[in-house]
Design a protein around this ligand. Structure first.
Ligand code: GDP
Length: 298
């Protein structure tokens, strides 16, 4: 399937190396753990997370009296799955309407992801409305409109330079009057003016709280998997501006840096909720820890 295909390079950089090490060792010893540690560190899982994983692995080996190196692989899968599953990866969007705010720097695949998310929920029979809240760039509004047409959803937009909070206000009124199930709000992605962006996101958030009190809301940060540790840095910065409820990790297809999924969850404690595995409308999947680990290790 798409996920397995997309994770091919990551599998090469992690799983194949781990397999090689495990077959070359006669017993489970400190040296084996050192080798595994090195593979994990160089695979974008990150140092901090690798240390945690190795510790956990050692404990499991001891508790279960594992002596055959080949049995270590199953334990490693278990450990990684536990990290990824903790706290759940489900989207919480039960009210009508509910809201998704999408944040992220330009170029990570934010617009594409909004189109894909709209498509995902529309295909489940939901009425979706888009709000073109990135008013900073005319191109952003135009691109979102193209996606709205492609998906077949309505879009609320104003001209370039208008107040994003005003666009969101309009969109909320439209969502109510048109009986929408889900309102997806784009936001500006210019992190270099962090203070402005922070103000803008806060204002948008206030409008939503005031106009849709009690509505379920997801704030999704879009990160580009191909940027590896840089994605972690972006997540840390955006955490200062918003309460992020989940990550959309794009471009997992064709990158060897898929290990970043584990680092994001372990270092930032933000669950990956959706993953992008291609450029087409249906190349977005709900993240499932078990499926991910199986695709990576099979
Ligand atoms: P934005 O500036 O963040 O809104 O980024 P765009 O949505 O315009 O996407 C930037 C580029 O990334 C486009 O060429 C997209 O087709 C591509 N892209 C987005 N998501 C994915 C993905 O999951 N996989 C791949 N391969 N490309 C993607």
């Amino acid at each position: 399937d798409k996920l397995k295909e997309g994770l091919q390079k990551t599998r090469k950089s992690i799983t194949e190396k781990i397999d090689q090490v495990l077959v070359s060792f006669g017993k489970v010893d400190e040296e084996l753990f050192d080798e595994l540690e090195e593979i994990l560190i160089t695979s974008d899982i990150g140092i901090e997370t690798t240390m945690k994983v190795i510790e956990d692995l050692k404990e499991k080996v001891k508790d279960r009296k594992i002596i055959d190196p080949k049995d270590v692989k199953g334990l490693l899968k278990e450990t990684l799955k536990e990290i990824l599953e903790k706290g759940g990866n489900e989207m919480n969007l039960n009210t009508k309407p509910s809201v998704i705010i999408v944040i992220g720097v330009n170029g990570v695949g934010k617009t594409t992801s909004i189109g894909k998310i709209a498509n995902l929920y529309k295909s489940q029979g939901k009425k979706v409305l888009l709000a073109a809240g990135d008013t900073f760039r005319a191109a952003a509004i135009d691109q979102l409109e193209v996606w709205a047409q492609r998906v077949g959803t309505e879009i609320i937009m104003q001209k370039e330079g208008s107040d994003p909070a005003a666009v969101i206000f309009d969109a909320v009124q439209a969502a109510k009057s048109r009986n929408a199930d889900l309102l997806i709000c784009d936001t500006a992605g210019r992190l270099h003016t962090k203070k402005n962006l922070m103000e803008e996101l806060k204002k948008v958030s206030r409008v939503l709280e005031r106009e849709l009190p009690g509505a379920d809301r997801e704030t999704l940060l879009v990160l580009d998997a191909t940027t590896g540790q840089n994605a972690i840095a972006q997540a840390k910065t955006f955490s200062e501006t918003s309460d992020i409820t989940g990550i959309v990790l794009t471009k997992l297809d064709g990158t060897a840096k898929g290990g970043i999924v584990v680092a994001i969850k372990s270092e930032l404690d933000i669950p990956v909720k959706l993953i992008g595995v291609g450029e087409q409308l249906d190349d977005l999947q709900k993240f499932d820890a078990g499926e991910f680990i199986e695709a990576l290790f099979s």
